[in-house]
Design a protein around this ligand. Sequence first.
Ligand code: BES
Ligand code: MN
Ligand code: ZN
Length: 486
Amino acid sequence: MTKVASTQQNPLETSAEVLVLGLFSDLPFVDQISDLKPITELLDSLVEGKHFEGKIHELVPLHGLSGVNAKVVYLLGLGEKEKFNTEKAFSATSLATKSIGAKQRGQVVFALPDSLLSDYEKVTSIQGAYCGCRGQDIYKNEKSLFPVEALSFYQFDENLVLVASLTAQGIQTTRNLVNQAPNMLFPESFAKQIKKLGSESGFEVEIWDEERLRNEDCGALLGVAQGSRRSPYLVIMRHHGGPSGQQPLALVGKGVTFDSGGLSLKPSDAMLTMKCDMGGAATVVGIMEAIARQEVPTNVVGVVGLVENMPDGNALKLGDILTAKSGKTIEIHNTDAEGRLVLADALCVAREQNPTHIIDFATLTGACVVALGLEVSGLMTNNQELCQEVLSVADTVGEPAWQLPMFDSFGKQIQGKIADIKNVGEGRWGGAITAAKFLEEFVEETPWLHIDIAGPAFLDSPKPHLDGGGTGCMVRTLVEVIRNRS
Ligand code: BES
Ligand code: MN
Ligand code: ZN
């Protein structure tokens, strides 16, 4: 695990192996980090020769620089000061550590223009640096990316560094859970990992096994699970940061550890990455870990439904009728619309915790990816104020998110013929919204926000600043939302 700290030592004199100098393109470099005075001429000559201009995401490694103690100096462009934001802060520092982490490294010091950055820009730059050198090669004997041993940030506030690094640890937990292979991470092993994380980071864990799920009438979740050899679980996580008796915020996650589609089998190409279908549950776990480690003074409860969607002999059939925990009956029209079935019961369990609000996370629909692309989370709500709060924080911390409408006409599409509702709309148009309308049936009057992360939760191939696989999207937004509420 990377040690993360703040440092006051002059960056030119650092004993660290690597020094990263982050610089804006449109201000004199020495005005940004005053300690660079002794190497002014050198930096100027680099600019003159167009070797380094400070453009965003420009990264120039220099070895054995005179006047600098570190073995390697990376000049990292931050672009124009006015165009800088948290999203760029994350991608710039992660780009740097992704490159630095190509080899095993000791200590890395970041000297960024401290006085020119907002606190959130500092926080996300720390998180980016932490995540950039961590990848999806978890089963490789010879790694291609090495987490740096220690990360220090020149002149950053100590507490800010600590809090940012604990959120980064949560993001990393989410990424790591998503990256695990579906024969390694399945409902039972997922529940065990949550239990372990809970005791390490300080949140309480309650595990419901199949028998308990039966006793609790979780017929929708159990319906999905019946097509798999693996038993389903539901896990309740509790962070008691606030006064006892304070109503919690509830977080709910879709934890389909593999989505084959069931009898409505997916084509092979679409199935290949479906280990990522527990991304919503992994998001909840990452958030719980971060707020527990930070001891955020408010109550939060997390509920994740863990199942595998498989086409076993006992699998759900088209036309089957399930009775959800709430008592609502559901016609199955497509067994690949399984996430909403799992969430239907998980949302009811969350409601029993008497929450003020519910926020759910799910890799729920391909339709959301069609609507918003691979990078944007889709938000759907029955409570505009809650949605606005999350959208605004997402913008502040640099995570792309966009709201989709919840018009009544979409709800009409999921009315059933022989049961209360059916698990798909009429045709595929607006599929992200008809899915949300289905979920809305199970939250009653509780203020609720649904976040469809089918696009951004998983990267099929690496980006320049982040390895492929799980991204941990929306963890930093939600940790911030929760910190703001406390
Ligand atoms: N897990 C998928 C959604 C998904 C698609 C996640 C792409 C990540 C990337 C979900 O269970 C699903 O299969 N949804 C169907 C719903 C349809 C059958 C109504 C879809 O989107 O096609
Ligand atoms: Mn599916
Ligand atoms: Zn799914």
